[in-house]
Unconditional design. Structure first.
Length: 88
C-alpha cells in the first residue's frame, strides 16, 4: 500500500438524529466527491475518513473501501475513496 498519498480527509461528518434517513449525509459526500470529479485543483487522488463502526455501512454505500484489515474490529476504521475510479 501507500506510505503517503495525496488525499482529502473528511473529519467529523454527521447528520443530526432528527434528519437521519433523509440522504443529507449522502448529499454532502457526493458534493465533496463531485467537486473533485469536476475540478481537482488540489491534485488529490483519494478521499479518506476515519469512520465509526456504526457508520461503516453508510460509507460502504458511498463507495469507500477499507485501507487495511488491521483496524477491522476497532472503534474507527480508515476508509478511502479512489477518485481515479471516476475517470472511467
Amino acid at each position: 500500500m501507500f506510505k503517503s498519498y495525496p488525499a482529502l480527509k473528511i473529519c467529523r461528518l454527521a447528520t443530526d438524529k432528527k434528519y437521519r434517513g433523509e440522504s443529507i449525509g449522502a448529499m454532502l459526500v457526493n458534493t465533496i466527491i463531485g467537486s473533485y470529479r469536476n475540478d481537482n485543483k488540489a491534485g488529490c487522488r483519494f478521499i479518506t475518513v476515519d469512520a465509526y463502526a456504526d457508520a461503516l455501512p453508510f460509507y460502504f454505500k458511498q463507495g469507500f473501501m477499507p485501507l487495511s484489515k488491521e483496524d477491522e474490529r476497532a472503534e474507527t476504521r480508515l476508509l478511502y475513496f479512489d477518485l481515479e475510479t471516476l475517470k472511467s
